[in-house]
Design a binder for this molecule. Structure first.
Ligand SMILES: C[S@@+](CC[C@H](N)C(=O)[O-])C[C@H]1O[C@@H](n2cnc3c(N)ncnc32)[C@H](O)[C@@H]1O
Length: 207
């Protein structure tokens, strides 16, 4: 595998030294997309939130900054991501921020725990996205929101060529997947050049 391809494959599952470099890069590189997408969420004090595919943990900090007295959970399949996210959130770790290793396919949380679930630049890598979205609905409170943010929206983009196992969804495809999972009042926001944020509401009578 070429060095460049090997580096970018760390987007899907950061590992080792290159993975750590990628996590450092993503923590600031994804700030504009994340902050833009989070602006569409009407945050309330005391929320319990989950960031799936939390990477190096910067989104966990950003979520904490938007809701007073919040509890924020992060999960990621990569051991390297979990270690970095724990380091970045060390001051509040296991007090306000809780980070686990695991997959979107099988979330280790009880039903109806979260007010908001976020997923930034990660759904490309989730196997069986419709199933994962059902998992998201299971852990969301009735009326809770799911916010998915992406900036790779072309199926044949340069990214999907260099990153193994990556699936790019168009914003419309993502919205349909979220609607089909049973979310309601789904909003699709776009910003040039390719930002997309799709936000769905878990119906109040879902369980
Ligand atoms: C491109 S990085 C984005 C990280 C972070 N959300 C950010 O915006 O900086 C994708 C992350 O998703 C994680 N990931 C991939 N597949 C996953 C899965 N099935 N469940 C949970 N996390 C996953 C990867 O390990 C990686 O840390």
């Amino acid at each position: 595998m070429g060095l460049l391809k090997s580096f970018f494959t760390n987007c899907a599952h950061p590992r080792g030294r290159m993975g750590r470099a990628m996590l450092r890069f993503m923590n600031f590189g994804h700030a504009p997309l994340t902050n833009w997408g989070l602006d569409f969420v009407d945050f309330q004090p005391g929320w319990t939130m989950l960031d799936i595919g939390c990477g190096g943990g910067a989104t966990l900090k950003r979520l904490l900054g938007r809701s007073n007295e919040a509890l924020v959970y992060g999960i990621d399949i990569s051991q390297e991501s979990v270690a970095k996210a724990r380091k970045v959130n060390a001051d509040v770790l296991d007090k306000q921020v809780f980070i686990s290793q695991g997959s979107a396919e099988n979330l280790p949380y009880g039903d109806e725990k979260f007010d908001l679930v976020t997923a930034v630049e990660t759904v490309y890598f989730w196997p069986n996205l419709p199933h994962c979205l059902q998992e998201v609905r299971r852990v969301l409170k009735p009326g809770g929101k799911c916010a998915v943010m992406v900036e790779v929206v072309e199926a044949d983009s340069v990214w999907t060529k260099v990153v193994d196992g990556m699936t790019a969804y168009s914003p419309e495809q993502l919205k349909k997947l979220i609607d089909d999972a049973g979310f309601v009042d789904t909003e699709l926001h776009r910003k040039k050049p390719s930002y997309a944020a799709v936000i769905g509401v878990n119906p109040p009578s879902s369980h």
